[in-house]
Design a protein around this ligand. Structure first.
Ligand SMILES: Cc1cc2nc3c(=O)[nH]c(=O)nc-3n(C[C@H](O)[C@H](O)[C@H](O)COP(=O)(O)OP(=O)(O)OC[C@H]3O[C@@H](n4cnc5c(N)ncnc54)[C@H](O)[C@@H]3O)c2cc1C
Length: 289
């Protein structure tokens, strides 16, 4: 099907994009990699009257550590996360997830800003960012605000961003010493969406778990932060028993549905196993760091 009629605007700068979004409000949509928006438009699930293409707006593709944070510009492509030495050496949860997103064609175009703004509970990067305690920077022509990712993701395809705002950056705390993490994804075939995805990030302090971040993909109406599982690990010894208990608590926090990818019971079992396995791996790499 062809998309409904729309007016195309190519923003040459962030300021120009913000002015266009301010002028057209909820009749406008930002176009980033187009990997989710264009299919939605072709299916007529989305029919914006104005498309604001931000691909030529400068300053949105940075990837750098500064002031204790990793700043990832909204236009950073999944492929850039895959090839970045900084990500490979310092951010194992992102490094593990990025190559598992879709296929090379989608990864060359899809952006982190688009992935998180789209708020698809099957999206891999939102879980990664929940596990890392990241936040997003939202700008409008009247100012900017930083919102923790857990408050940004409201419901399926729904965020707390207003129509006149642009997500300009994802901001991640830099890792403490003795940190580890990973992303485990069960998919029916390479390039598929997650049947279940599990993001874990863990920091050891004096031999105990200082901080644990656990988030789940594809098993609820939003990406799930498994807060009870995280709390159960705070201050605990990093043992198999503690990780198994966290796995059980994480599985209980999810609300998977039975579908072509598997039964709800099967998905819960996978969560339990992947959380335990992911935490053990994260703990091993943290102790070796
Ligand atoms: C075949 C296929 C397989 C896929 N498999 C996976 C997968 O396994 N895992 C996964 O995580 N994803 C998967 N995706 C989705 C892919 O990662 C998309 O790239 C991503 O979800 C959207 O990013 P985008 O840059 O293409 O955004 P777009 O499609 O351009 O935009 C998506 C939405 O976000 C809004 N938006 C975009 N950027 C901004 C911004 N900076 N500020 C405010 N709003 C913005 C748009 O207006 C739109 O509503 C797949 C996509 C395809 C086509």
């Amino acid at each position: 099907m062809l998309p409904s009629r729309f007016e195309y605007h190519r923003a040459g700068s962030v300021e120009e994009a913000l002015a266009l979004l301010g002028a057209h409000g909820d009749e406008a949509k930002v176009l980033a990699g187009g990997q989710s928006l264009i299919p939605m438009m072709k299916l007529r699930f989305a029919y914006p009257e104005h498309l604001v293409d931000v691909n030529r707006a400068s300053g949105l593709d940075g990837l750098e550590e500064r002031d204790g944070r990793l700043h990832i510009g909204a236009l950073v492509r999944h492929a850039t996360l895959v090839s970045s030495e900084l990500i490979a050496s310092r951010y194992p949860t992102i490094a593990a997830a990025a190559p598992q997103i879709a296929d090379p064609l989608v990864r060359n175009l899809g952006t982190i800003g688009g992935s998180i703004s789209h708020a698809d509970p099957a999206g891999d990067l939102a879980s990664v960012m929940l596990s890392l305690g990241a936040s997003v920077v939202l700008r409008s022509s009247t100012g900017s605000r930083e919102v923790p990712i857990g408050e940004f993701l409201v419901d399926t395809f729904t965020t707390s961003m207003t129509p006149n705002e642009l997500l300009t950056e994802v901001s991640v705390p830099t890792p403490e010493p003795r940190s580890g993490g990973t992303y485990l994804k069960l998919e029916r075939k390479v390039g598929d969406w997650a049947t279940v995805g599990v993001a874990v990030s863990l920091t050891l302090r004096n031999g105990s778990v200082g901080r644990a971040g656990i988030a789940l993909t594809g098993v609820d109406l939003t990406n799930v932060q498994a807060t009870e599982a995280e709390s159960s690990l705070a201050g605990a010894e990093p043992t198999d028993e503690a990780f198994a208990e966290a796995g059980r608590l994480a599985a209980a926090a999810a609300h998977p549905v039975s579908d072509v990818r598997g039964s709800a019971e099967y998905k819960r079992h996978v969560i339990e196993v992947y959380v335990r396995r992911g935490l053990a791996h994260a703990s091993d790499t943290a102790s070796a760091a």
